[in-house]
Design a protein around this ligand. Structure first.
Ligand SMILES: [Zn+2]
Length: 341
């Protein structure tokens, strides 16, 4: 199913260019596969020699990605109540354990906010609870019913700036979204059309320059093949922001505490190619008694707070697993530009 991509690599491990900075890239990992939901094809991962950015090869095109998400990404089931989730003390405590890695936690009360890739709208419910006017954008059509049921303002479809009043938002947030895009610089640039001149963009994404990537290689939790197309380092994210006409105001490198438990579970249950993982997929097989023992041990370790200590150590050295940045519009970009330029 995988076909030609914007990044054309030859078979000798060389490539033409990094999608962010234009430098050459080299083969980093061969034969990565979907270790969450069992999509059967294998992919290679190339990294830029200059900015460290990683890019999947081949990249699936838009129609292929739509089919992929429809067939493999977990959908359906009982819809959650986003307002109840956002008001749940345990949920809020989890968000606020450790540095703030959720972009909506960076937003000031009373702002007008667009959350691109809002999922079921828990972020919107939280933002409304602090007095914001919150608008969401979500590609998953299943979310339409949830938005209607709980009265959330969510536009279904891929983000298109033409769908919104120009320069009308104080904030645009994108939580764990930019790494899914085919052209991240163009995506970032398009956000300027809906931001007020004084507006901010807050982004979060996995950190491909952290210590867990180096330690775990192909078993790093966030390769997330083939859904994550781009893998940012702090340097490549800064480069992408500047090329899109933004100024980087603030960066946090931190590890969401639940990610450590998921990473350890991922290592314990690492699946064969084409097989869904029980850590991620309801349809994945748990493999009987041995797997149940492993899951029990994992739960005990989680209760011991060992994983929080691991995350804190990574963060202390600036080597955590997630990047969060706040951007503002650069002076030279304070003009309207046609999309895609
Ligand atoms: Zn690069």
């Amino acid at each position: 199913m995988a076909t030609a991509s914007p990044q054309q690599h030859d078979n000798a491990g060389e490539s033409t260019s990094c999608p962010i900075c234009g430098s050459s890239t080299r083969l980093h990992l061969r034969g990565l596969y979907d270790d969450r939901y069992g999509y059967p094809d294998a992919f290679d991962l190339y990294r830029c020699a200059d900015c460290g950015h990683g890019v999947l090869d081949p990249l699936l095109d838009g129609p292929q990605l739509e089919k992929l998400y429809t067939a493999y990404y977990p959908r359906g089931g009982d819809p959650v109540d986003p307002r109840a989730m956002a008001a749940n003390p345990a949920t809020v405590a989890a968000w606020k354990s450790g540095p703030p890695t959720a972009p909506f936690l960076w937003v000031s009360g009373g702002a007008r906010v667009l959350d691109v890739g809002c999922g079921v709208g828990i972020s919107l419910a939280y933002l409304e609870s602090i007095g914001c006017e919150a608008v969401g954008c979500e590609a998953d059509a299943n979310v339409a019913a949830i938005a209607k049921k709980y009265g959330l303002n969510i536009r279904i479809g891929l983000f298109d700036p033409a769908d919104y009043e120009p320069h009308s938002f104080d904030y645009v947030t994108m939580a764990q979204v930019l790494e899914h895009t085919l052209d991240p610089v163009a995506t970032l640039r398009s956000l300027q059309q809906v931001l007020k001149p004084s507006g901010k963009v807050v982004l979060s994404m996995p950190n491909a320059g952290g210590w867990l990537v180096k330690l775990l290689g192909r078993r790093w939790i966030n390769w997330h093949v083939p859904y994550h197309l781009q893998h940012f380092t702090r340097k490549s994210l800064n480069e992408a922001a500047v090329r899109a006409g933004f100024v980087v105001e603030k960066t946090v490198v931190a590890t969401p505490r639940p990610w450590v438990r998921l990473q350890v579970g991922h290592l314990l249950e690492f699946p064969r190619r084409g097989v869904p993982s029980p850590v991620w997929s309801p349809s994945g097989s748990r493999g009987g008694l041995a797997s149940r023992v492993r899951q029990r041990a994992l739960a005990e370790l989680n209760r011991s707070r060992l994983f929080c200590v691991v995350a804190a150590v990574l963060d202390k050295f600036g080597a955590g697993d997630c990047l969060v940045v706040q951007l503002s519009i650069g002076k030279q970009a304070h003009v309207d530009r046609p999309a895609g330029t």
